[in-house]
Design a binder for this molecule. Sequence first.
Ligand SMILES: *Cc1c(COP(=O)(O)O)cnc(C)c1O
Ligand SMILES: [Zn+2]
Length: 421
Amino acid sequence: MPSAHPVFGDTPAIGLICRNCQATYDLIAQHACWECFGPLEVNYDAAALARVTREQIESGPQNLWRYAGLLPVGQNESDRLSLNPGLTPLVEADNLARELGMRKVWIKDDSANPTHSFKDRVVSVAASAAGKLGFDRLACASTGNLANSVAAHAARAGYESIVFIPYDLETGKVVTTAVYGGGLVAVNGSYDDVNRLCSQLTETDEFEKTAFVNVNIRPYYAEGSKTLGYEVAEQLGWRLPEQVVIPAASGELLTKVHKAFEECAEIGLTDQAKVRVFGAQSAGCSPIADAFDADTDVITPVKPTGIAKSLNIGDPAAGPYAIESVRATGGAFAKVDDDEIREGIRLLARTTGIFAETAGGVSVATLKKLLDEGRLDPDAETVVYNTGEGLKTLDAVAAQAGPTHTVDASLKSAKQAGLLD
Ligand SMILES: *Cc1c(COP(=O)(O)O)cnc(C)c1O
Ligand SMILES: [Zn+2]
């Protein structure tokens, strides 16, 4: 048995490891390798992971901490700084499948989390790590949902927060963040400008005790996304789906869900199975999809436009790894334009009762496009990830989603409007 880590206590993690050169580090607040500047990831004791059983997980809490044995923090309740997200519905989308001519489709609906996006998962793991690492303020560079989640987690924990967003986000993202009362800095620039500013701030004395969840403690943040893979496997009765469609901004979510599927099979939670991973981007910001199409893994940064603002990262940190996951599994990337995204939101709503934000519209529209192009198998069991809530991006569909009839409160008027023969 390895002894407990002096800072993190009981954990299957043994340190951080560079994805490029495999240099190893202790569990510290560091996101880039000192040797080669490659991204650092959490490094686990394989034997500790392999000891995790289905029964252990099933007897755990009704939230993402049931997978604590596969995460760097949170083995004990006192280790957690969390809104306890997770165990969101896996919805059988039979009407959607029928309409698209598919055999079996599920929507993994992560809009059901406490702040209504999958970002609660990554923030719960990162904030818990921040507590262990001695930080007393939470921060982030955000396209909206991350800011919302960080501000809420800080409020619950009694921590200070200061979050940074591009100036032109949706009202639904700004208000749901500001209401928690922390610092909210609108930056005159794109997300990529916001991210650069935050990187610079981490180097200053004033921000020395501030954990930017997706910058200086990014390796911990990234691990939270794995729970979206474990959960789908468990909800399918410890089986892996045959195909998944996942929206990509930085590409981290996609990469880590793929990693989670591999871990499930490696440690025996599921049988070995090949999951084809498909990535979804918006045409207004498609650097990963474009690199995939050009058959390269060199990402050319773009200046984002379009309504899928939560996905508007022009220089995606995990882009090359997302391409690697998609290629290795025989999947593909595709992109959809704003009209297709609006159509995707309405198609999902009409057939499942789920109102997705624009990123979910990107997933559903991409599913449809990949089917139309014959790149996705209509007969394979497919899980589509909805990562956020439609109420935060009302403007996207407001023009097409008003009353179907307007009448006076009389039968005569109802008849005139065609409601009665
Ligand atoms: C952040 C975000 C994503 C993409 O996450 P990455 O890990 O950066 O690829 C997808 N959907 C929603 C709603 C998000 O907020
Ligand atoms: Zn390295």
